[in-house]
Design a binder for this molecule. Structure first.
Ligand code: NAI
Length: 407
């Protein structure tokens, strides 16, 4: 009878050090760390024995790499995005992928709030002037944020967090979202984007990049904004037409902008950054660092590692990005938990139960969830299982892989 396996994790790209303890919190896992993202040959060799792969955005995980990773149980993306992983190929091989989507929410909201204050005080142009040796000591055009109108486009995690912070500073908060959202405090939902644009002193975007949001702020939308208003985009680079924004800043229709994300961003430190916004007055341009804080990195490490740990030791797939979500909870002592990702075809659960019955085991608890072509069944069995039980479950028609956890 197979025992609970001993797990090894391969952490790349300087995943936060606190991730090790979080991964080991529910049971032993040997962690191996490699700095940066190794080349393909090294990665294929290192991944052969790994039960868990922890990466950030630079390591690409495709079908061929997954095939080389015979023992791989799960992938953790210690970041927000998961584009670097072939999620379908991972699901087809019974490998759930986890990430940490909300761990940097607060960091972005804080940067946005700081940008609003800096723009409304016209700090960027004063800083540029002082660098040139000019002493621009004036109150002209400098305002407090209190009682000003903030328009938030996209009232999700970041938008809602910003709403709370801005309200605490005395701003009047308005928001526009395509989904119904509960307003925090006195924040007011707007019926349309146009209504929000024409009402607010500062407008900030916190929507994802979708077909509907691409270039959602262009020449016409900027024209609807108040003369002297401010625009902030710290969400995604394709939401704003930067040429139209640069024109509006140069003509003075907009009094300033803070932009952290761009339609074209350098892929590395060695590539030069170019944008029509660099020559504009009163702008805060930052290199896509909205969510880049030490706190966010730590939160990402704890969040992603915690999800991996729960998958290794309990089989929980809650918050997996490519897998049916099952939350079986801690396993009771004496039981054996069977984790069985499988093709979503009629009869798999029956065949799994038949295998348990033939083995003389009692099914004490059972969980099943399906999503598209993939099913994920978890069964807790009582009783001594025969030595070949693992192989019997693996041989069930539709089975993708099997893992046993001893309680
Ligand atoms: P979220 O998914 O929690 O919220 C997005 C909100 O936008 C949702 O409420 C959704 O209903 C709404 N929305 C979607 N389409 C819309 C539309 N056409 N019009 C109005 N509302 C719409 O996302 P979260 O976590 O708040 O992130 C927001 C943005 O911030 C994303 O684009 C994300 O990629 C970006 N981001 C940027 C970072 C940076 O480093 N600058 C770091 C983290 C996130």
């Amino acid at each position: 009878m197979a025992q609970t396996p001993e797990y090894t994790a391969l952490f790349l790209e300087n995943v936060h050090p606190d991730a090790d303890a979080a991964l080991q919190s529910a049971g032993p896992v040997t962690v191996k760390r490699l700095p940066g993202s190794p080349d393909r040959a090294q990665l294929e060799s290192e991944i052969r024995t790994a039960s868990v792969l922890g990466i950030r955005s630079r390591t690409h995980v495709d079908a061929a790499l997954l095939d080389a990773a015979k023992d791989l149980q799960a992938v953790g993306c210690f970041c927000i995005g998961t584009n670097q992983v072939d999620l379908t190929a991972a699901a087809e091989r019974g490998v759930p992928v986890f990430n940490a989507p909300f761990a940097n929410t607060r960091s972005v909201a804080e940067l946005t709030m700081a940008s609003i204050i800096m723009l409304m005080r016209r700090i960027p142009e004063k800083m540029f002037a002082i660098d040139r040796g000019e002493w621009l000591k004036t109150a002209d055009g400098a305002n407090e944020v209190r009682k000003k109108k903030l328009g938030i486009i996209g009232y999700g995690n970041i938008g809602a967090q910003l709403s709370v912070i801005a309200s605490a500073l005395g701003m009047h908060v308005y928001f526009y979202d395509i989904a119904p959202k509960l307003a925090h405090g006195n924040a007011r939902p707007m019926e349309s984007l146009g209504e929000l644009l024409s009402e607010c002193d500062v407008v900030t975007l916190h929507v994802p990049s979708t077909a509907r949001t691409k270039n959602m702020i262009g020449k016409d939308e900027i024209a609807q904004m108040k003369h002297g208003a401010f625009l902030i985009n710290q969400a995604r680079g394709d939401l704003v037409d930067v040429d139209a924004l640069a024109d509006a800043l140069k003509t003075g229709h907009l009094a300033g902008a803070a932009v952290d994300v761009f339609p074209v961003e350098p892929k590395s430190k060695d590539e030069r950054f170019e944008s029509p916004l660099t020559s504009c007055p009163n702008v805060i341009l930052t290199p896509h660092i909205g969510g880049s804080t030490l706190e966010a990195q730590q939160a990402i490490g704890l969040d992603a590692a915690g999800k991996l740990s729960r998958y290794l030791h309990e089989g929980s797939t809650t918050f997996a990005v490519n897998f049916p979500e099952v939350e079986p909870g801690p396993i009771q002592p004496g039981r054996t938990r069977i984790l069985a990702p499988h093709r979503n075809r009629p009869g798999f659960l029956r065949r799994l139960n038949d295998a348990a019955e033939q083995a003389g085991a009692n099914v004490a608890a059972q969980f099943l969830q399906t999503d598209g072509d993939l099913g994920y069944a978890v069964a807790d069995l009582e009783g001594e299982l025969p030595a070949d039980f693992f192989d019997r479950v693996r041989a069930i028609d539709g089975s993708i892989r099997v893992r046993l956890i001893k309680g």
